[in-house]
Design a protein around this ligand. Structure first.
Ligand SMILES: NC(=O)c1ccc[n+]([C@@H]2O[C@H](COP(=O)([O-])OP(=O)(O)OC[C@H]3O[C@@H](n4cnc5c(N)ncnc54)[C@H](OP(=O)(O)O)[C@@H]3O)[C@@H](O)[C@H]2O)c1
Length: 252
């Protein structure tokens, strides 16, 4: 399956996401932080989920200071979370916000770059837990809320190594292949709904901590900042992508 791009002249309406409640995992840093700010800036109430509270609080303050809709803050470490924790999260979203129109599976860890023969067992489990199992459990817990919405979207985050395996990228690459599979299976299951769509997005090379860890010799200034790649997220989470389901998108 070849990846798609959003229309090159896409211009989101200023209040594109007004009234939408959108949960973003890994919202405290990197791409998740930039996406959360952009979603809030276009009218969404963002549920900021992540593992480092002070980072989430900084994003929260930035959103409030900008006068955007007040976000919700949800500290959760996906590495240690159990299925019940995800259900509790969904229950709280329902009780406190009354619904959910968007879910962005952005949190991820790289793990070690290592030959499979020597791949650390605990690290394999953790990468799979954060990058794949967490996304599955969170999706399952939130699905009833998303299915109740008049228009809703789920976005998984992919990577080049999730389409073509690369030596030493181990659990990270495999988790991204599997996330793409999860996206496709779910997209097929909701195809008839007409209200919920499920797609994936490959950010490409972006100036974040994860990228720097993977490519330590690369000049970060040669890469786009996270703020520069948010447009496809707005498109795929808002009404302009209505009817697009089961597709893999590139950021640019
Ligand atoms: N940057 C790139 O070039 C690139 C390319 C392709 C795909 N991606 C994908 O894009 C997504 C975002 O990556 P990024 O580059 O923005 O990386 P990043 O700057 O390292 O951010 C990752 C985010 O995930 C959160 N996270 C990690 N482990 C977590 C856990 N156990 N529980 C909850 N949250 C956790 C981090 O929280 P803390 O800050 O608290 O650790 C952080 O907010 C990832 O899925 C990544 O695979 C990135």
């Amino acid at each position: 399956m070849s990846s798609k791009q959003i229309p090159s002249d896409y211009q989101p309406a200023p209040e594109l996401l007004a009234g939408r409640r959108i949960l973003v995992t890994g919202a405290g840093d990197g791409i998740g932080r930039a996406v959360s700010l952009a979603l809030a800036g276009h009218g969404a109430t963002v549920i900021l989920l992540g593992r480092t509270v002070h980072k989430l609080e900084a994003v929260y303050d930035q959103i409030v200071d900008a006068g955007f809709p007040q976000p919700a803050l949800y500290p959760l470490n996906l590495a240690g979370a159990a299925p019940d924790d995800y259900q509790e999260l969904a229950n709280r979203v329902d009780a406190e916000l009354g619904g959910l129109e968007g879910l962005v599976h952005n949190a991820g860890i790289l793990g070690s770059l290592s030959p499979l023969l020597h791949y650390d067992e605990a690290e394999w489990m953790e990468v799979m837990q954060v990058n794949l199992n967490g996304a599955f459990f969170l999706t399952r817990a939130c699905l009833p809320l998303l299915e109740q919405a008049a228009d809703a979207a789920i976005l998984f985050t992919s990577s080049n190594v999730g389409f073509r395996g690369r030596a030493y990228w181990g659990a990270y690459a495999v988790s991204k292949f599997a996330s793409e599979g999860l996206m496709q299976v779910l997209a097929d299951e909701v195809e008839e709904s007409g209200t919920l769509r499920v797609n994936s997005i490959n950010p490409g090379r972006v100036r974040t901590g994860m990228r720097a860890a993977a490519y330590p010799a690369e000049d970060p200034q040669s890469l786009p900042a996270p703020e520069e790649i948010v447009m496809p997220y707005l498109y795929l989470l808002g009404p302009d992508s209505h009817g697009i389901n089961g597709q893999a998108f590139d950021c640019g």
